[in-house]
Design a protein around this ligand. Structure first.
Ligand code: SF4
Ligand code: SF4
Length: 174
């Protein structure tokens, strides 16, 4: 650190200036009814210009005969740092070259951090990520599981997006 950083107070004041400028800028936009000028009020407001670095969501690839390419080796689930992939496999007697196939392949999007490790770990190119934004917000965590119907859907499914569901009624106090 240089002398200026070592003194600290100058850097603290510089940080306060930046934070204050953003805070008062937002407040000014808010009092002049330009809500959302800097902040997107997700999920009521949705942006279409996501960063190009956004990895999107997962999809499962299929063979020419329509079967899922996945051979249920579980490497993706092992590599997943969030432990959010669950695979239930079954024996595929009809195809000796691929004796196992997933009966159930699910990703818990309430825990997924979209790191892409599962894609890198897959030896079969069976799981990829496509530029799409899963429609995740809701009041029920179980609804955030991405199941086969989502994972086999390659095209953006969130446009037009579903309207945000109304809040459930509050339980009456006893
Ligand atoms: S993107 Fe990362 S966190 Fe999400 S399922 Fe794949 S490995 Fe797990
Ligand atoms: S998606 Fe790939 S890594 Fe995961 S179980 Fe299937 S074949 Fe294995």
């Amino acid at each position: 650190m240089g002398l200026r950083e070592r003194i600290y107070i100058i850097e603290v004041l510089r940080g306060l200036r930046i934070t204050g400028a953003v805070f008062f800028g937002n407040m000014w936009k808010w009092v002049t009814f330009r809500k959302g000028a800097l902040t997107t009020y997700y999920p009521e407001e949705r942006r279409s210009d996501y960063s190009p670095n956004n990895r999107g969501r997962h999809v499962l690839t299929q063979r020419a005969n329509g079967e899922v390419q996945c051979v249920s080796c579980n490497l993706c689930a092992t590599a997943c740092p969030a432990y959010c992939i669950e695979i239930l496999s079954h024996a595929n007697f009809a195809d000796p070259a691929h004796p196992k196939a997933p009966e159930r392949f699910e990703i818990d999007y309430s825990r997924c951090i979209f790191c892409g490790f599962c894609v890198e770990a897959c030896p079969e190119d069976a799981i990829r990520m496509v530029k799409d934004i899963p429609d995740l917000p809701g009041f029920d965590r179980t609804a955030m599981w991405g199941k086969m119907d989502l994972l086999l859907h390659w095209h953006p499914i969130t446009s037009p997006r579903k309207p945000y569901p109304p809040a459930p009624p509050r339980a009456e106090a006893p």
